[in-house]
Design a protein around this ligand. Structure first.
Ligand SMILES: C[S@@+](CC[C@H](N)C(=O)[O-])C[C@H]1O[C@@H](n2cnc3c(N)ncnc32)[C@H](O)[C@@H]1O
Length: 341
């Protein structure tokens, strides 16, 4: 038995988020298929042989590679020691995080070739609420840092600010309080999220919300905003190219876009041993892949990776990346400060 691998498997088993990821792999028959032909697998072949959609499988496998559960060589993945793996994960009962349980049957169907393409907040409210609740303690400091170090430095005092994909307003509300000389608008395509945001913000005078799809923003918003924020949204989008065209249209000339997104590498080998990446990729399998796959969209998720995102942003006509910073001692995100030329 490989003692280092045993230690790592037990670590994964002891982490309820990572355990949910393994539980999912077990439920969709992934490990059985891998063990039946004990060889290194490339993900496309594995997806074909197990009849699952590649973007879903890719994200799940990347989470396993990051935690060390699977090894990777020449882009092929394998279990380093099946005896250990079976002892820790096959002979024991695995559970989903309780907030994931309700959506688990839908996600399992999304994995299948003929299943639904994805789902959003209104079909799976507890998943996003759970993921965002883990950040709740930091929301005020994130909003303050964004307003003090980014917006007040780059934009005028009475700015029109748009928070795109604002969810339930967890950041938009403290953000509007910190930017009390500005007018802040939050929008999201989830009806439920916008209803919650409106209720939670009733006493904040410089803030309002509306339900909008980022791919089709109102015509009368053209060149309306000085600052646009996409916090943890870009990789969740179905059609990011189309979305950024809308962002560029509604942004004033000289205005800034702040894009905050996970700092996970596009290259799975570079995430090995990074437990934060393993967790982010597991969450992404539950949330970002279904969200970005809706209506047969991009299916990007967190595994799209910062290098690919940077390339994508660099290719947007009229947009210039001014800087890339890490916020709040966070090793988890990159914030891109971009300007419309
Ligand atoms: C991970 S959440 C982030 C929420 C919020 N920015 C925060 O950090 O608290 C991503 C959000 O993007 C929204 N979203 C995804 N696709 C969208 C679209 N096409 N139009 C508008 N919002 C969208 C989702 O509904 C969800 O609320």
């Amino acid at each position: 038995m490989n003692p280092k691998y045993l230690q790592m498997c037990n670590r994964v088993f002891g982490d309820k988020v990572l355990q949910s990821g393994v539980c999912l792999g077990k439920r969709i028959g992934l490990f059985e298929a891998m063990q039946s032909k004990n060889k290194p697998w490339d993900i496309a072949t594995l997806a074909k042989e197990t009849h699952v959609k590649e973007p879903y499988l890719r994200e799940l496998i990347h989470s396993y590679v990051s935690s060390g559960l699977l090894d990777i060589k020449d882009s092929k993945v394998f279990v380093p020691d099946w005896k250990v793996f079976n002892e820790v994960f096959v002979s024991r009962d695995l559970k989903y995080v309780s907030q994931f349980q309700e959506v688990a049957p839908i996600l399992e169907k999304c994995f299948t070739e003929k299943g639904p393409s994805g789902y959003g907040h209104d079909e799976a409210p507890y998943v996003m609420e759970y993921i965002l609740s883990l950040r709740a303690f930091y929301n005020n400091s994130i909003a303050e840092e964004l307003s003090e170090k980014v917006i007040k430095v780059h934009a005028k005092k009475h700015a029109d600010v748009l928070d795109l994909g604002c969810g339930s307003g967890d950041l938009t509300i403290p953000f509007a309080k910190a930017l009390n000389a500005s007018k802040v608008h939050g929008c999201d395509f989830s009806e439920n999220a916008i209803t919650s945001a409106k209720i939670a913000s009733f006493s904040v005078p410089n803030l309002d919300f509306s339900k909008q799809d980022i791919h089709k923003l109102p015509e009368d918003w053209t060149e309306k905003f000085d600052v646009i924020l996409l916090y943890d949204v870009l990789h969740d989008l179905q059609f990011p190219g189309k979305a950024m065209e809308q962002v560029m249209r509604v942004l004033k000339k000289g205005g800034i876009v702040i894009i905050v997104d996970p700092k996970v590498s596009s290259n799975p080998s570079e995430n090995i041993g990074n437990m934060l990446a393993a967790q982010a990729l597991t969450f992404s399998t539950w949330w970002c892949i279904p969200s970005s796959s809706c209506n047969h969209g991009s299916g990007h998720g967190v595994g799209w990776g910062w290098q690919n995102k940077e390339k994508f942003l660099t290719g947007i006509p009229g947009l210039e990346i001014k800087s890339r910073v890490c916020l709040i001692k966070s090793d988890y995100n990159f914030a891109y400060i971009c300007k419309k030329k």
